[in-house]
Design a protein around this ligand. Structure first.
Ligand code: ATP
Length: 194
C-alpha cells in the first residue's frame, strides 16, 4: 500500500499551488474538499442521508446539492452542522480509500484544509503544512478572489492558529517568496520523505 502524506495550509497559504507542483513531479493528489463537493451529488447513499437530515430541499429540481439552502439551514445551528459533517466526512474517507486502492505510486498526497482540525494527520504517514506570513496570505487572496483585507482576515481568524499547526506538522513549507522557491521546497520535501 502507498504511504499517505497529508497536505494542508490555511487560507491563501499556497497548498493548492503546492499540490499542483506535487502532481508535476509525478505524484497523485487527492483533493478532499473538491471531492466532498462532488460526492454530495454523485453518491446516492450520501444523498439519501443528507435529505433525511435536512429535507429534500437540500437538492434542487435537477437533483443538484443546493449549497445556499444548506448554508442557510446550518448557519447558527452548530449541532445540525455537526450532524451534516458526521455524514459527509465518513463518505469522503471511504471515497479516499477507494482512490488510494487504485494508485500505483509509493507516495500519495491528500490535500485537505482541515487536516489537523479533524485529526486526519493521525491516519497519515507524514504531514506537510504550507504556511506564510499573514499579510502575504491576505494579499494573495485579495488578488485571487477580489476580497477585501477585512474579509480575508475574518476567515483567517476562524482557522486554527499557525503556531499550533506548525507543532503538529512533520514538515513545513514557508511560502513567503516566489513560485520558484516554492517549487524547490516542494521537490526537496517529496524526495526527502522516507
Ligand atoms: P485557499 O485555501 O484559500 O484555497 P490555498 O492554500 O489553496 O488557498 P493557493 O490558491 O495555492 O492557496 O494560493 C493563493 C494564491 O496565491 C493563488 O492565487 C496563488 O497563485 C498565489 N500564490 C501562492 N504562492 C505564491 C507565491 N509563492 N508567489 C506568488 N503567488 C503565489
Amino acid at each position: 500500500a502507498p504511504k499517505i502524506i497529508g497536505l494542508t495550509g490555511g487560507i491563501g497559504s499556497g497548498k493548492t499551488t503546492v499540490a499542483k507542483f506535487i502532481e508535476d513531479f509525478g505524484f497523485p493528489v487527492y483533493y478532499s474538499d473538491d471531492r466532498a463537493k462532488e460526492i454530495v451529488n454523485d453518491n446516492e447513499d450520501l444523498k439519501l442521508k443528507i435529505k433525511e437530515l435536512l429535507g429534500s430541499d437540500a437538492y434542487d429540481k435537477d437533483e443538484i446539492y443546493d449549497r445556499k439552502f444548506v448554508a442557510g439551514k446550518v448557519f447558527n445551528d452548530k449541532e445540525l452542522l455537526q450532524s451534516l459533517n458526521e455524514i459527509i466526512h465518513p463518505a469522503v474517507r471511504l471515497d479516499f480509500e477507494d482512490w488510494v486502492k487504485k494508485q500505483t505510486k509509493y507516495l500519495v498526497f491528500k490535500e485537505t484544509a482541515l487536516l489537523f482540525e479533524l485529526k486526519l494527520h493521525k491516519q497519515c504517514y507524514r504531514s506537510v503544512l504550507v504556511t506564510a506570513e499573514d499579510n502575504i496570505r491576505i494579499k494573495r487572496v485579495m488578488d485571487r478572489d477580489g476580497k477585501t483585507y477585512r474579509e480575508v482576515q475574518s476567515v483567517m481568524e476562524k482557522q486554527m492558529p499557525e503556531k499550533d499547526k506548525i507543532k503538529l506538522a512533520s514538515c513545513v513549507i514557508y511560502n513567503n517568496t516566489n513560485l520558484d522557491d516554492l517549487k524547490d521546497q516542494t521537490e526537496r520535501i517529496i524526495f526527502e520523505i522516507e
